[in-house]
Design a protein around this ligand. Structure first.
Ligand code: SAH
Length: 227
């Protein structure tokens, strides 16, 4: 898989992809994450990427031309399954969206800044808009990193234990059950006996019951959703 991320602040994206699972996925060539600096596509002599909003009002707007040039350039090189704009009013990111996107080959993710991008970008260049939650960030970079992480960890071979992603919260419409590790007793805080019993089917049953119990309390909506 290839993910091209377009940003006016590439430095903000250096950290998230340079360690741990996302780094290993790139090292193993299971994914290629390429960051593009929008400034390289500006024809403006000051390399400006934003301008005042028509009609007035506070806040600058990202101009259509550099974004169009960048996306057109990329589309000339690869076929993209989706051109995604990170946006607070987009569809809310869920595990099911991450699952769908992880099956694609090539994705573009556009990060907005300031007041957002000129609406013509959204009308003509973007195929999907995704939000990571009902709150406003100062830029799309952190949101793009969240989205990329949620997708990349699902690519077969990225997690060292293949089945791990399948037992995470939301994959089966439930949140995950509690987990414990050694020591079995700490300050008289004990690990449930069943987990130490070695009895696989009892452990399975216990985990399922805990997952259902937690989901009822924490995410009752999951029982009604079509994950
Ligand atoms: N004026 C816009 C917010 C712009 S925030 C509005 O009120 O909707 C600047 C940029 O940050 C956006 O263009 C978007 O790319 C990103 N962003 C902010 N919040 C986000 C969220 N919850 N999810 C995804 N991207 C977000």
């Amino acid at each position: 898989m290839r993910i091209d991320i377009i940003t006016c602040l590439p430095k903000l994206l250096e950290g998230p992809f340079s360690d741990s699972i996302l780094k290993r996925a790139q090292d193993k060539q299971l994914v290629s994450i390429v960051i593009h600096d929008l400034r390289d596509y500006s024809t403006n002599k000051h390399k400006a990427l934003d301008d005042y909003a028509f009609g007035g009002g506070a806040g600058m707007v990202m101009m259509v031309e550099p974004i169009d040039r960048c996306i057109s350039h990329l589309k000339g090189l690869h076929n993209y399954d989706e051109v995604i704009y990170m946006s607070p009013d987009g569809e809310l990111l869920t595990q099911s969206i991450a699952n769908q996107l992880s099956l694609h080959q090539n994705l573009i993710i556009l990060c907005g800044h300031y007041k957002g991008v000129d609406e013509r970008v959204r009308e003509h260049l973007i195929t999907r808009e995704i939000s990571i939650g009902d709150y406003v960030l100062s830029g799309g970079e952190l949101a793009a990193a969240v989205l990329s992480d949620s997708i990349v960890r699902l690519i077969p071979g990225v997690l060292s234990d293949e089945s791990s992603a399948l037992t995470d919260s939301f994959q089966d419409g439930l949140v995950a059950p509690p987990v414990y590790t050694r020591p079995a007793t700490y300050k008289n805080w004990n690990v449930p006996d069943v987990l130490l019993s070695g009895h696989e089917s009892n452990i399975e049953q216990w985990r399922y019951e805990k997952a259902v119990e937690r989901t009822k309390i924490r995410r009752p909506g999951l029982f009604e959703s079509d994950l």
